[in-house]
Design a protein around this ligand. Structure first.
Ligand code: URP
Ligand code: ZN
Ligand code: ZN
Length: 459
């Protein structure tokens, strides 16, 4: 299988130049001008278009039993949607419940993806219990190429870990060189505030944010930082939504804690007023931590520009409005938490970040691809355009104009939280290991082409 992409404007996290790229046997085999490569099976003219490394979404949920229901996507819908939007690698949160064996959990999650996914994939293993059997199981899981853990400091009695378990998980991670991703909110405060609001008759989706205010998130980050400092573990704070949470991580970083910060596309684009819409529309915007007051957005964009925030993921957690979000019609605490955005992350970040002058092209590529590859043991196989790297490429047309709509998206949900948002660019061609999977906004590839990526412990 060979492909020659000619005359594209190649942009990586560090470089920018016009070149031809020749792909053979799934790898980037040559980069240069007027390439005298062997005749390719396909030649694509990318004049006037960017060529980006395939984008990586390091925080998605596809198979997710959660809050009395299941997330709506399967790998069939989610991997197509990801690819159409330029994302060629997914790292899914594998979230067995407290009562589930983690090795069986990994097998279950793997079984949902293998042979079906159209893009490459890997997992963060959520440690939801730590008993006398856990250490041996986690060592086994790491040996199988799952080089990152996930901990929840929220979702009491469901995914949430107690402090002793948190300590043991971080200590083991430190020994193994495994990075620990963490959802940071103080679960006790959440429970108390939820009960208080419900007792006052405040049952609508607009009360979700006040039940988990920024202090709740900042306290969670601070809590994790103390444990990271005590154990020396490397940690990655997922879906950071607000200034106090970022500041708590930065303060720890200044003390020498090895911490990286993720934000997600809904926090950069949406604000708390969306959850205040009448007729229960606000339920479409219920996720945790909550979407914040708009004043946090300039801070998040600036932190991205300064690279204090390393990555922009999605936290894609898709639930239908009808029947699923509606489970919380009379009680906001019963609304399944999560938003779909796996398809739109890259285009939104490009249009509302790069085109609006908030970040440059290199920061865009770094935050949406390269940093995830580096942090999670995939670099330089993924996350860059270099000789020998996987030929995961996104030819991006900056002249395309369109808008987001649930009627045309590839995700399984019955709504899109960015309905009607204008886009100024989209992928015109997307390859996974040299195979063309998307052309002009449509999936044209092969389901099941995606591979499970074994990762090394790099921390
Ligand atoms: O609201 C969210 N974020 N739902 C998905 C689960 C999680 O906390 O990441
Ligand atoms: Zn979370
Ligand atoms: Zn998540």
């Amino acid at each position: 299988m060979s492909l020659l992409i000619k005359n594209g404007h190649v942009v990586t996290a560090t470089d920018s130049y016009v070149a031809d790229i020749f792909c053979e046997n799934g790898k980037i085999a040559a980069i240069g001008h007027d390439l005298a490569a062997p005749p390719a099976e396909e030649v694509v003219d990318a004049t006037g278009q960017y060529i980006f490394p395939g984008f990586i979404d390091p925080h998605v949920h596809i198979y997710l039993p959660f809050m009395g229901t299941y997330a709506k996507d399967t790998y069939d819908t989610a991997s197509r949607a990801a690819l159409v939007g330029g994302t060629t690698t997914l790292i899914e949160m594998c979230c067995p419940s407290r009562d589930e064996d983690p090795v069986e959990g990994l097998d279950l999650w793997l079984g949902k993806a293998e042979g079906l996914s159209a893009c490459d994939f890997s997992f963060h293993l959520a440690v939801t219990r730590f008993d006398e059997t856990t250490e041996a199981k986690l060592r086994l899981i790491v040996d199988r190429g799952v080089a990152s853990f996930k901990v929840f400091l929220a979702y009491k009695d469901f995914f949430g870990l107690q402090d002793t378990e948190l300590f043991k998980t971080l200590a083991l991670a430190k020994e193994l060189g495994v990075i620990v991703t963490a959802h940071c909110e103080n679960e006790t405060l959440v429970t108390e505030l939820q009960q208080q609001l419900l007792a006052e008759g405040k049952t609508g989706p607009e009360w979700h944010e006040p039940s988990r205010p920024v202090e709740v998130e900042a306290e969670g980050v601070h809590h994790l930082m103390a444990f990271a400092e005590a154990t020396g573990a490397h940690v990655y704070v997922v879906h950071t939504s607000c200034e106090p949470a970022v500041r708590a991580a930065e303060a720890a970083r200044a003390r020498g804690v090895n911490v990286w910060i993720e934000t997600v596309i809904p926090y950069l684009t949406l604000d708390a007023s969306y959850a205040e819409q009448p007729d229960f529309e606000g339920a479409k915007y219920v996720m945790s931590p909550p979407i914040r007051d708009a004043r946090h957005q300039p801070f998040l964009w600036n932190s991205l520009r300064s690279r204090s925030i390393s990555t922009v993921a999605t936290d894609h957690a898709p639930f239908d409005f009808i029947d699923q979000k509606e489970m919380g019609k009379d009680d906001f605490t019963q609304i399944p938490n999560g938003l779909p955005s796996i398809e739109d992350r890259v285009n939104l970040l490009y249009t509302y970040g790069v085109k609006r002058g908030k970040i440059d092209l290199h920061t865009f590529v770094d935050a949406a691809s390269t940093q995830a590859a580096k942090l999670f043991g995939l670099f330089p196989r993924k996350g860059t355009i270099a000789l020998g790297s996987d030929a995961d490429l996104v030819v991006y047309d900056p002249t395309w104009r369109g808008e987001i709509a649930a009627a045309t998206h590839h995700m399984a949900t019955d709504y899109n939280p960015h309905e009607g948002w204008k886009l100024e660019g989209r992928p015109s061609l997307v390859t996974v290991r040299g195979k063309v999977q998307v052309r002009d906004g449509e999936f044209v590839g092969q389901m099941g082409h995606g591979e499970f990526l074994k990762r090394e412990c790099t921390h």
